[in-house]
Design a protein around this ligand. Structure first.
Ligand code: GDG
Length: 499
């Protein structure tokens, strides 16, 4: 395996596929999959020539496509293959709506309000045993089949918190595979995992330790992972090299800040649809445009963002009618109660603020819920202030996309608890995500900032994103995997030599 040219075929494993299917008037149409992870992994397409992307069949149309393909991978646009796995709907519901989201997502973003939740009852135990475990097994088996089809020596790149138990399945069936697991969300401090019963958290973490490399966006997350192995599993670790000893194997924790494919993004943003959306925004805009683009996820801190805007309007009545807040929100996980309630709270708060500050000619907040990527791209060009105030965020690609496409010397207001803050924090206005007054002040500072300073900051952000793009993210990982592979070969040789 050498730089940019993996000799091993790549098997990607992720919950969502790069495409999904929809029924349109009886015809099945292929669409691009949603979410930050899909945006990022689209960059893997170039490495999938001999490989395959294994994912869950999520819609009826996906399941129909699986039935037509006879459980085999099928070609998609771009010349690579996708293996969708049809899963038992009840098991998938327990896996997704009870364990992965919310339990694991909430633990890893510190979202639980521990005096109230979670309750670990028979329902959650059942969801783990008869949801998370069998879904991981089914996906693991499909991935192992693909590894075997590729001769057993594939590089398996597993993604995210959905599949902490896939590694052991691959290791068991395909001992020659190289197994890498990338976790796109934060890894919290060890005690956060104590929310789960000991046997459950042990099983999850041991699952990850079946891999050769466990990877994160930041060094802090990698360090937290190694600490978790020491404190909760009592394993021997090296905090300098960030490695964990598991029997005769060594597992490495690494960090690779994910990015975007700048050329791909610029191409997507160059279409007529984006131009049309931009003209609409331009025609409707006031002097200053504050923007946020998010899934309606609790970790994105959407309510506090609006509360800060309310505070801004209280503090600066002279901004009345001159500023508007465009919130492009993609409804997310509406099969999880907490998320349904969150959307309702967002709607109510926006209505209250618009009633309090608005007038017949001016609504301060424009709340637009839906799937509208071209509009998001158009809005990236037009913002004066981009608000990314996540409670905690693994990376946050919106910040990276925004600074690349913006045309108005827009200022990034950025939570110190995002992975992207390590790269762009020096040129953004940093905010503490719980400090509503500080966020209001940062919005004002951004609006009031002289053009020269705004330009310097934006250009610096864009240069960082271009310099650390998705190709680099992949290259560095493949180089590290080559080192692991060489180390393993060395180990095998010494085993042969030893008496
Ligand atoms: C997870 C981690 C990490 C926006 N509107 C629409 C739409 N988008 C795209 C954006 C962006 C993506 O969705 C959101 O990415 P984020 O990174 O901001 O957030 P998560 O979805 O939470 O992603 C995150 C990421 O994984 C990658 O590792 O950065 O920390 O939480 O690309 O442009 N996409 C579609 N319709 C829209 O209306 N399809």
């Amino acid at each position: 395996m050498s730089e940019g040219d993996p000799a091993r075929p790549v098997v990607v494993v992720a919950h969502r596929g790069p495409v999904s299917f929809v029924d349109v008037d009886g015809d099945r149409e292929m669409r691009r999959g949603a979410g930050g992870l899909v945006t990022a992994l689209r960059g893997l397409r170039g490495y999938l020539e001999d490989g395959v992307w294994v994912c869950a069949a999520l819609s009826d149309a996906d399941r129909a496509a699986v039935a037509d393909s006879g459980d085999k991978p099928f070609e998609v646009d771009g010349g690579y293959r996708v293996r969708m796995v049809a899963l038992d709907p009840d098991e998938h519901h327990r896996f997704y709506a009870i364990i992965a989201n919310p339990i694991l997502w909430f633990i890893q973003h510190y979202l639980w309000d521990l005096s109230n939740a979670p309750d670990i009852t028979g329902n959650e135990i059942e969801a783990f045993e008869h949801g998370y475990v069998p879904i991981n097994r089914a996906i693991g088996e499909a991935a192992a089949e693909e590894v075997e089809r590729a001769g057993g020596r594939a590089l398996v790149m597993i993604h995210d918190y959905h599949f902490y138990l896939v590694g052991p399945e691959i290791r068991r069936r395909c001992p020659d595979a190289l197994v890498h697991h990338f976790i796109h969300i934060p890894w919290p401090q060890p005690d956060a995992w104590r929310v789960l019963p000991g046997w459950m958290r042990r099983r999850l973490i041991e699952g990850l330790l079946a891999c050769d490399i466990v990877a994160f966006h930041t060094e802090r997350f990698a360090r937290n992972f190694v600490l978790t192995c020491r404190e909760l599993l009592d394993l021997r670790v090296d905090m300098d090299s960030l490695t964990v000893d598991v029997g005769d194997r060594t597992v490495a924790a690494r960090w690779y800040p994910i990015s975007i494919d700048a050329a791909d993004l610029e191409e997507q943003a160059s279409g007529q649809e984006v131009d049309l959306e931009e003209r609409r925004i331009e025609n409707g805009r006031r002097e200053f445009l504050i923007l946020r683009v998010d899934r309606t996820d609790l970790s994105k801190n959407i309510l506090r963002g609006f509360k800060a805007f309310d505070q801004l309007l209280d503090d600066h009545p002279e901004l009345s009618g001159r500023v508007s807040f465009l919130a492009l929100l993609q409804p997310s996980r509406q099969d999880v109660d907490e998320y349904v309630e969150y959307v309702e709270r967002i709607r109510r708060l926006v209505a209250d603020i618009n009633l309090k500050h608005g007038n017949p000619e001016w609504q301060p907040i424009s709340l637009q819920m839906g799937d509208a990527l071209p509009r998001a791209m158009a809005a990236y060009r037009q913002y004066d202030v981009l608000v990314v105030n996540s409670v905690f965020d693994g990376m946050n690609l919106v910040a990276k996309e925004g600074v690349l496409l913006n045309r108005r010397n827009g200022v990034l207001v950025l939570s110190e608890h995002t992975g992207v803050h390590e790269e762009l924090g020096a040129f953004a206005l940093t905010v503490h995500p719980f400090d509503i007054q500080a966020l209001a002040d940062a919005m004002y500072a951004a609006i009031a900032m002289p053009q020269d300073e705004r330009r310097t900051r934006l250009n610096a952000c864009a240069a960082v994103v271009r310099g650390n793009d998705l190709a680099k993210w992949l290259r560095v990982q493949l180089d590290d995997l080559a080192v692991v592979e060489a180390g393993r070969a060395e180990l095998n040789r010494s085993e042969v030599r030893s008496p």
